[in-house]
Ligand binder design. Sequence first.
Ligand code: UDX
Length: 454
Amino acid sequence: MEKETKVPHCLILPYPAQGHVNPMIQFSKRLIEKGVKVTLITVTSLWKSLSTKNLTSIEVESISDGYDEGGLAAAKSLEDYKETFWRVGTQTLIELLQKLSTSENPPNCIIFDAFLPWVLDVGKSFGLLGVSFFTQSCSVNSIYFHAHEKLIELPLTQSEYLLPGLTKLAPGDLPSFLYKYGSYPGYFDIVLNQFSNIGKADWILANTIYELEPEVVDWLVKIWPLRTIGPSLPSMLLDKRLKDDKDYGVSLSDPNTEFCIKWLNDKPKGSVVYASFGSMAGLSEEQTQELAYGLKDSDTYFLWVVREIDQSRLPKGFVETSSKKGLIVTWCPQLEVLTHEAVGCFVTHCGWNSTLEAVSIGVPLIAMPLWTDQVTNAKLIADVWKMGVRAVADEKEIVRSETIKNCIKELIETEKGCEIRKSALKWKNLAKGSFDEGGRSDKNIDEFVEALSQ
Ligand code: UDX
């Protein structure tokens, strides 16, 4: 009897946060499409809180972060969470790998979120190919790498920074952990630790599009086995190969899809401002109020995501008084919203996923970064890719309502806005070109799959 050939089997382990799970699930789907068997490994706490109704194509296993009830929110501090996750995660991952190694089709590769470098050591001890996955831009990761190697002096001392492959950056364009050195030490430690054992990784896959940051990618490729594989998005947005692949498959909260889409359906083309600040950071009360009045005073339609925990910061009675023009929801199906023709621009915190989504769908941006990598992404959006305007904060670090109103008007009414929309379309086409069969990211994924099969 002929022996059955086994397909390569990849384990994929994201850091347990929405902005990390989303791209890694999409990448899993690309691999499955190319004939690879994928098992997603998640932590028990996250799996319990995710709505997973559309995740049917991927097998799932779980390990423990030590906080099966509540995850990070149940830990005393991020430092405690990290330490416990490392310890308990290592133990439970070893148990899982022991179980899987005796299965019919044992894994031969582990793709892990770069935020979890210890996974590489565990994977290697089982003889697996170790693949680090960058969920943030190569520009930002290169800056963090320079900080890790002490090639950037901290606290910052220079008035500008010229790093290989990057545009000239002012201190305030560097990720917030650098220009506000000492803020969020736990997170800073996580982003620097990505490079603690990177020399041992067999591959590094970056969720970015080469054309967005070619010089820095070229530089990184010289020092690491790095390939760009982005945008890691549901394929339905970019081509028609998987017609039923409409969303990420997992969501932290119920996106109330029908309600949002129905509201958008009767709005004129390009007339709605969509505003959302991702899953992690909330706006201060003062900033929430300024944004509320900025949206209201712009006299445009707006769809604004204000998470449940941030709702109390809205001006009193705002939801009712603005209801003719605005819809406020606690979470929305962001991809479906961005692809809706009624949406004309996106007021964003510039999280890397939101940025890549807007780039790939061709939606112009109003950049209102809050912290971490978002400030650097905002610099790229406004000054390098020229697909958005920067909503500049005052000395109290608040973006005033007047500024927000002016940015909306600038995008909608001016010649500059028109150029920005053209630029957004250019990036959309480049993203699609990279994603499509034979495009740069697609070829890189093929090369990776080929290597897995050997
Ligand atoms: C975090 C960091 O804040 C960000 O800077 C980093 O680049 C990634 O990790 P997050 O704040 O969640 O991410 O922002 P972002 O990266 O934009 O990811 C948010 C994801 O949630 C996106 O994929 C977006 O489509 C989705 N989303 C957001 C929804 O589906 N519905 C919403 O209402 C809001």
